[in-house]
Design a binder for this molecule. Structure first.
Ligand SMILES: NC(=O)c1ccc[n+]([C@@H]2O[C@H](COP(=O)([O-])OP(=O)(O)OC[C@H]3O[C@@H](n4cnc5c(N)ncnc54)[C@H](O)[C@@H]3O)[C@@H](O)[C@H]2O)c1
Length: 336
């Protein structure tokens, strides 16, 4: 299926200039590796902000094939320079920690909202022909009444992080409508896999559980562990983003990128212990803070992206977690 899609289009990224903002992070670097493999000329911009997911080792396989610019998306001059001549801009730079946004809302407001406006202004002034692909979050929906959550669900974002991503989406939408810039708006579910940060557990729960298992520690499963989530493996996510990037009809639209077969935290923990061959899990009561933040079951409806691009996830939870554990066992010292 994956091969068919690209064969039918030749190789649309061959020789194309691609800017990835947040390019040393989990999703940005994974996009970069795939795009270099498809013959694109890739430029990565990243501010390497402490505690976020930027890691130079993420691009080790392509370190001689990409350019890296250490800069901040809030820097108007830098963005004005970097967007010139780009065919595609993947916007993956953000404050990504929901918990942090509860105690300090300003990085979200500054980076996720203002930073997005800086990027869009740079595009309007210097390269309105480029196509921008925004990586947003399922968190923008908040708790939804009807599952799976389709794109038409009313967004009820809970925290400043989610509000800021929704605002960023609206800013891009406004530049699409008012200035004819082509923007594709994605809402991603919980993504896991190689190249995500592993130093702390404030975001990226599936990856954190993998670390606990590799260290032969106990994975805490809150409550009965039956809360549903649609965990998605990184390679499937990258494939979805690239398909949306080349789809002419995708511009100005919102697309869910998730899994159509939800699992739950208990299944996640037991699968990790099985594939890692180490660790154990234990049911733990929710702390009041966790309970207050827990949105309950969530999984996305991916009918829209499937109908538009033929995409659907191809990696099973067990396979994705096995590949994740293998990667971190091999490169542990680069991520711990
Ligand atoms: N990983 C997930 O499960 C997930 C789920 C939903 C949405 N997303 C979205 O995908 C995007 C990327 O997430 P990720 O998981 O790759 O996070 P990440 O932290 O691994 O990567 C983000 C990168 O952006 C960089 N960055 C942050 N602020 C910057 C700034 N002001 N200027 C330049 N660079 C900056 C960071 O240094 C980091 O390298 C985010 O927008 C996030 O909201 C991720």
């Amino acid at each position: 299926m994956t091969t068919d899609f690209w064969q039918a289009r030749g190789n649309p990224f061959q020789g194309k200039n691609i800017l990835i903002l947040g390019g040393l992070g989990f999703l940005g670097s994974s996009l970069a590796i795939r795009l270099v493999g498809m013959g694109a000329r890739v430029l990565l911009a990243d501010a390497m902000i402490e505690e976020y997911g930027g890691n130079l080792f993420n691009i080790d396989p392509i370190k001689n094939d990409v350019q890296v610019n250490y800069c901040d998306i809030r820097d108007e001059h830098a963005m004005g320079q970097l967007v010139r001549g780009q065919h595609y801009v993947f916007h993956s730079a953000a404050q990504v920690c929901h918990l942090k946004s509860l105690s300090d809302p300003f990085p979200d407001i500054d980076i996720n909202i203002r930073g997005t406006a800086v990027i869009m202004e740079a595009l309007r002034q210097h390269n309105p022909e480029a196509k921008v692909i925004k990586l947003g979050s399922r968190g923008q929906y908040g708790s939804v009444l009807k599952l799976p959550a389709g794109e038409e669900a009313k967004p009820e974002p809970k925290g400043i992080y989610e509000i800021s991503l929704l605002a960023a989406e609206h800013i891009i939408g406004s530049y699409c409508r008012n200035h004819g810039i082509q923007g594709v708006l994605t809402r991603l579910t919980n993504i896991y896999g190689p190249r995500a940060q592993m130093r702390h557990n404030r975001f990226g729960v599936a990856n954190w559980f993998v670390r606990l298992a590799i260290e032969d520690r106990t994975i805490p499963v809150f409550g009965d562990g039956l809360i549903k989530r649609d965990f998605l493996y990184i390679d499937d996510c990258v494939e979805a983003l690239l398909r949306l990037a080349v789809l002419p009809d995708a511009c100005g639209q919102v697309f869910n990128v998730g899994h159509d077969q939800p699992s739950n935290f208990l299944e996640l923990a037991t699968t990790i212990v099985a594939v890692a061959g180490k660790g154990r899990y234990e049911h733990t009561p929710f702390s009041p803070e966790r309970k207050a933040q827990e949105p309950g079951d969530f999984y996305t409806d991916i009918t829209k992206i499937h109908q538009a691009t033929g995409w659907r996830p191809e990696t099973s939870l067990a396979d994705g977690l096995r590949r994740t554990a293998d990667f971190y066992r091999m490169f542990r010292e680069r991520y711990w």
